[in-house]
Design a protein around this ligand. Structure first.
Ligand code: SF4
Length: 486
């Protein structure tokens, strides 16, 4: 069978990893391909002639794709879109291989556990996480040490899709990372796709770090952390994470105000997020954060606190400032949305009229940029410079370290400028919306900040800096080789 996965633009790394798990389970017996929304997507999909189309992610394109394949001889499957031919209710790694087998052999699909096809079938067993094997489709070099998450956030479906918390054998994780060497493009940098790496206990995180130091010297990696990570991190853990090559941390801060944290059932505080961000930076990690700017209960006061948080922590990006809570019907937060009478079609209405107006303005601005194919780079990150610094440290190479550090500082200053400019822009449109200024005036003022040329220049300058750093390092290494041969 030919199975094509359509990954949404904002597909999270856990969902990508889920797809890789499925590939590792059925890739030997079936032709498996993936495609992301891009130009000519529909035409390309039709040319691929899939038997099964599996949609991953929450993008608008999925509804359009469904329309195209409706009534055709293609089975559409999803674990996030109930309007697909088959909806997967339980862990996709457990359910999907059996579903494919049933489709292939023409079995009655109502015997497949964990799906909704005409009606909801029996619950599926939990997936045995040790069954995933390395796959050469893993070109993002994602591994994982846990399944599920210790958190219980009201907007997150990890508990629903991944079930309760389970841990993977550390030796399996190490073997998988070793297998990346056979995949083109691997530069000894990998990423943990665990929803929260700190769902591992501190003791286990230390064991994993020690195993990486012993078995994979010279490697670097990134991982996701909860905002209260600082409460369980002692000096030994931080030192081990540093020495094992942790260079980038994604902190799920989500918001900069306590009211939203309560709404999200995060169980952490704004102070926690700031402490954790500061801790990682102290151990030379590049920090990115998960952020939800708008939800149905947002007020301009909460938005201002959010912007202040991003500003204080030098994390304001266009995407963060535009990020809107996305929901699926089964999320716990939906209960509050329904109770407050804010359910609207597949999504929700926004209580505060001012915030609603602001969201519409931002949508217009975004559409304008999309029309002009302007991508606002949402995660300018110094992680490549951090990686080079860490490699230089491992090799005791002071010169290489100095080069990487010089470029890192330049990149940092671009990020700071960008963050300040985004904060100024957002505060500006907040003020104007507060004062009830006309839409045209707000968009015109916005263009002063978000004008095409400025955006292109920032991105180009940042990319050029990365390129120059690599070239200067290469020059250094080449000159040493020349010296060696002379
Ligand atoms: S901590 Fe992160 S992954 Fe875990 S439930 Fe909350 S949002 Fe989801």
């Amino acid at each position: 069978m030919k199975i094509v996965f359509v990954l949404g633009k904002c597909c999270s790394i856990y969902r990508r990893r889920m797809m890789l798990n499925i590939c590792s389970l059925i890739g030997d017996q079936h032709e498996v391909e993936e495609i992301s929304p891009e130009k000519n997507l529909y035409q390309k999909l039709q040319e691929m002639k899939p038997n099964i189309l599996y949609m991953i992610g929450e993008d608008r394109e999925h509804r359009e794709i469904l329309e195209i394949f409706r009534g055709k001889n293609v089975m559409t499957v999803s674990d996030s879109h109930e309007d697909c031919g088959i909806y997967i209710n339980d862990e996709p790694e457990q359910v999907f291989p059996l579903l494919v087998k049933a489709i292939e052999s023409g079995q009655d699909l109502s015997a497949v556990k964990g799906i909704t096809y005409r009606h909801k079938t029996e619950k599926a067993e939990r997936w045995d996480i040790s069954k995933s094997k390395p796959t050469d489709k893993n070109t993002s070099f994602l591994t994982y040490s846990t399944r599920g998450c210790k958190g219980n956030c009201s907007f997150c479906n990890i508990k629903l899709t991944q079930g309760s918390l389970r841990v993977r054998e550390i030796s399996e994780v190490i073997e998988e990372i070793k297998s990346f060497t056979a995949i083109e493009g691997f530069n000894n940098h990998f990423r943990f796709a665990d929803p929260s790496f700190d769902s591992n206990s501190p003791k286990r995180m230390k064991e994993i770090a020690r195993a990486i130091i012993k078995e994979l010297p010279g490697h670097t990696y990134g991982a996701n952390f909860r905002p209260d990570f600082h409460t369980i991190a002692d000096v030994e853990l931080m030192t081990l994470l540093y020495e094992s090559g942790l260079i980038s941390a994604f902190v799920g801060a989500e918001t900069g105000n306590e009211e939203d944290l309560q709404l999200y059932n995060k169980g952490t505080t704004v102070f926690d997020a700031e402490k954790t961000i500061e801790l990682f930076r102290r151990y030379d990690c590049a920090v990115e954060c998960g952020f939800i700017m708008f939800n149905p209960f947002s007020t301009t006061e909460r938005l201002r606190k959010n912007v202040a948080f991003l500003s204080r922590n030098r994390l304001a990006t266009f995407d963060h400032l535009n990020q809107i809570l996305t929901t699926t019907p089964d999320l716990p937060i939906m209960q509050k949305i329904i109770a407050e009478g804010l359910l609207y079609a597949h999504s929700y209405d926004v209580r505060d009229k001012m915030v609603k107006a602001l969201m519409l303005i931002l949508r217009d601005i975004k559409n304008e940029l999309n029309k002009k194919a302007i991508e606002i780079y949402s995660c300018l990150s110094t992680k490549e410079a951090k990686r080079q610094k860490r490699i230089a440290t491992c090799n005791n190479d002071r010169q290489a370290f100095g080069i990487a550090e010089k470029y890192e500082m330049l990149m940092e200053s671009v990020i700071m400028l960008e963050s300040d400019s985004m904060v100024e822009w957002f505060n500006n449109i907040l003020d104007m919306t507060d004062k009830g200024r006309p839409l045209t005036e707000i968009i015109t003022r916005s263009n002063n900040y978000l004008n095409d040329e400025k955006l292109k220049v920032t991105i180009k300058y940042f990319t050029t800096l990365e390129g120059q750093m690599r070239a200067e390092l290469q020059q250094l290494w080449d000159s040493r080789e020349d010296d060696h041969f002379n």
